[in-house]
Design a protein around this ligand. Structure first.
Ligand code: PRP
Length: 208
């Protein structure tokens, strides 16, 4: 059974409404995606293991905890790139591996055009970053790639998910927790999330 987290946080909801707004231009769009990524990565890392450390304060020793697991960020090109900076603000030591997938406009199937992974996994947890989970084809393909590569723990961090895509991802990869800012019910007949926000890559990079 997949763990699915859909944020109800007021800051996430506020930023999401601005993000959806067709009046929001690329600069503001990028800022909002970065900020929402920070808030979602905070949730997606809530179960990371920590270990005990002792540090010296000016007044003496204090016990604390430090992360005992390493995290890799896997942005799905192009739109996933917009989430990297926010995730990096929370995880400045995270390695970043890029996977390039584009959705064939006719078949809606993801086509892999770029993948840059080390020979074997070097981290404990991979966070897949992609603002849009529409049909779920790209997310399933990305997790397939990571699992074939040997990744043991994978989580998906998106912004807007559509219910059909969420169901496809969770049925293909029930072990992959999913973190979203919101869940929309529908896709239109060309595979866009409704109401969604349009094409995230185009709005982020000012293309299209
Ligand atoms: C969009 C989006 C996801 C994918 C979601 O990317 O950023 O990667 O589509 O659709 P799916 O769930 O139906 O697979 P797109 O292929 O448009 O590429 P882009 O990010 O370069 O614009």
């Amino acid at each position: 059974m997949s763990q699915v987290f859909v944020s109800t946080h007021p800051l996430v909801q506020h930023k999401l409404a601005l993000l959806r707004d067709e009046q929001t231009g690329p600069k503001k769009f990028r800022e909002l995606v970065r900020e929402i990524a920070i808030l979602l990565v905070y949730e997606a890392t809530a179960d990371l293991a920590t270990e005990l450390v002792t540090v010296q304060t000016p007044l003496g020793p204090a016990e604390g905890r430090r992360l005992a697991e390493t995290v890799g960020l896997v942005p799905v090109l192009r739109a996933g790139l917009g989430m990297v900076d926010g995730a990096w603000q929370m995880l400045p030591g995270a390695e970043v591996w890029h996977i390039g997938l584009s959705r064939d406009e006719r078949t809606l199937q993801p086509v892999e055009y770029y993948s840059r992974l080390p020979v074997s996994p070097t981290v404990d947890v991979c966070l897949v970053l992609d603002p849009m989970l529409a049909t779920g084809g790209s997310a399933v393909a990305t997790v397939d790639i990571l699992k074939r590569w040997g990744a043991r723990r994978v989580k998906f961090v998106g912004v807007i998910g559509a219910r059909p895509g969420l169901e496809r991802l969770t049925s293909a990869h029930p072990d992959v927790p999913v973190y979203l800012a919101t869940l929309d019910e529908q896709l239109n007949d060309v595979g866009f999330i409704v109401p969604g926000l349009g094409d995230a890559g185009d709005r982020m990079f000012g293309t299209g």
